[in-house]
Write a protein that binds this ligand. Structure first.
Ligand SMILES: [Fe+2]
Length: 228
């Protein structure tokens, strides 16, 4: 499988390009508006026929490049049904499978950071968005977030995958690119297996994070696939 991890410095967002080596059919996960040119150039260079543009959730920190990339490539925008995004081409839900070439992506609905969050499991890799991050988790204080729900999503769904599964999040602020399920079960300071749900809720309710800078601009745009 063709696999590329791309990074947007401004928002510390990872965008992922996956494609079938033989058929060249591919998907792009979590594109950033400012990086549309870069992403489309890579898609062209690798001769990828982009089938789907996927989002792990309605992002609050950056505007998605989904609509712009759809206009350039003709790919379809697919979103979890709970996001109720305007102008998407396809909706999916928990347990659905999306195919590209000879590969299948399994959808896991993982609310908690927001109520629109999902993860994509494919070929021993999980794309976790802001649900489970490397030694962290997404915040739970906006967009119908809930620490209790996030704890259940991570424990019941993400942690039930094989321990060797590679974890690729939507962001990292320390330069870390990938983790595994077993590493996060052991070393994630918020939600390792030794932490109770009550401890997790206590941690999440006392993070004292600042107001997300771009939320008032990004969320309305992202509810329309990034159309501005
Ligand atoms: Fe987020």
């Amino acid at each position: 499988m063709i696999f590329r991890q791309l990074f947007d410095k401004e928002s510390s967002t990872y965008t992922y390009l996956l494609a079938d080596k033989e058929t060249k059919e591919g998907v792009l996960i979590d594109p950033v508006f400012e990086q549309v040119e870069r992403d489309c150039a890579l898609i062209g260079d690798l001769s990828v026929k982009l089938k789907f543009i996927l989002e792990t959730h309605v992002h609050a920190d950056h505007i998605t490049g989904a609509d712009a990339i759809r206009n350039i490539t003709g790919a379809k925008i697919a979103m979890i049904k709970h996001a109720q995004v305007q102008g998407s081409d396809k909706v999916f839900e928990e347990g659905d499978e999306l195919s590209f070439g000879n590969h299948l992506i399994k959808v896991l609905y993982t609310p908690g950071h927001t109520n629109t969050c999902c993860c994509f499991f494919v070929n021993g890799m999980i794309f976790t968005g802001d649900s489970l991050m490397i030694r962290g988790t997404g915040r739970t204080d906006f967009q119908s977030g809930s620490p209790e729900t996030l704890y259940d999503s991570i424990h019941q769904k993400i942690f039930s995958l094989p321990d060797s599964t590679l974890v690729y999040p939507a962001h990292n602020y320390q330069g870390k690119t990938v983790s595994t399920i077993i590493e996060e079960k052991k070393f994630n300071p918020r939600i390792n297996l030794g932490k109770t749900k009550e401890e997790f809720i206590e941690i999440m309710n006392n993070l004292n994070l600042s107001y997300p800078k771009k939320i008032d601009l990004a969320v309305p745009a992202n509810q329309k696939c990034g159309k501005q």
